[in-house]
Design a binder for this molecule. Structure first.
Ligand code: SAM
Length: 245
């Protein structure tokens, strides 16, 4: 997973989401007077958040289990003259023997884990790596998002002439959606490079997610939208952000 897409991830504009979320996160941190000095981004992808945090003076590191994504993250950090450590590891089982003030997991990376037990294993590893007053923030697609938005065919052409065809099917009984992305990127010589990659995501009702977060030791859990406004009915939304202390 993510081997082929790694090369195109930033070019397809997929880094915009974590960047925007980081801006909103900072507004939230300011309100809470929370100044994290250390940060770990799990499922860090091409390193967008770790690079942003490091460039703002936070000691930041990243972790991902796709070596192709890690390699792009390293190149991206190097191009900004930032010395960031990236770990090639699985978020379900990582053990870095250190703790952080802030841990993040963004752009529905958690939805890639297809059982609630795997979500719980991940939350438990996160809890073990957080300082006593640390905060864990992750976003996820809700079951409503997978049912209504990951059941479609979309064809998009961006301003640079790249095409993306998304074919997604929702399997209601299993609560999962599988999306295959066919991408053609326009190269300088006018020809197209291309690849196809398939992802499967699952989601769970917020009450179930809260239960497992509590079971691993988080006692203060808030669910917001991507602007960090608290949600009264999170299951009615397409994307939830969990702030866990
Ligand atoms: C949609 S991308 C999100 C990347 C990044 N968080 C962002 O916001 O741009 C999902 C990432 O999750 C990573 N991932 C999926 N399962 C993982 C696992 N079990 N452990 C670590 N990383 C994982 C993938 O390799 C991929 O880089």
């Amino acid at each position: 997973m993510y081997e082929k897409i790694a090369k195109f991830y930033d070019r397809l504009g997929w880094s915009k989401f974590p960047l925007k979320l980081w801006d909103q996160m900072k507004v939230y941190f300011k309100k809470e007077s929370f100044n994290p000095s250390s940060h770990l981004d799990i499922a860090c992808g091409t390193g967008v958040l770790s690079i942003k945090a490091a460039s703002e003076g936070i000691r930041s590191e990243g972790l991902d289990f796709s070596i192709d994504m890690i390699n792009i993250a390293k190149e991206n950090a190097k191009s900004k003259n930032l010395d960031i450590t990236y770990y090639h590891a699985d978020m379900r089982s990582f053990n870095l023997n250190k703790k952080y003030a802030l841990i993040t997991c963004t752009y529905d990376a958690i939805n890639h884990l297809l059982t609630i037990d795997e979500w719980k294993q991940t939350f438990s590893r996160v809890k073990a790596h957080l300082n006593d007053n640390g905060i864990f923030i992750f976003d996820c697609n809700t079951p409503k998002a997978l049912k209504e938005r990951w059941n479609c065919i979309h064809v998009d052409k961006d301003n640079e002439g790249n095409y993306m065809i998304q074919k997604a099917i929702h399997y209601e009984k299993k609560g999962i959606s599988t999306a295959s992305f066919t991408v053609f990127t326009k190269e300088e010589n006018g020809l197209y490079d291309g690849f196809e990659e398939t992802f499967t995501e699952i989601s769970f009702p917020s009450s179930q997610v809260i239960d497992i977060l509590r079971e691993v030791g988080f006692s203060n859990i808030t669910i917001t939208d991507t602007n960090f406004n608290r949600l009264d009915n999170p299951d009615e939304e397409y994307r939830n952000v969990y702030i866990c202390k």
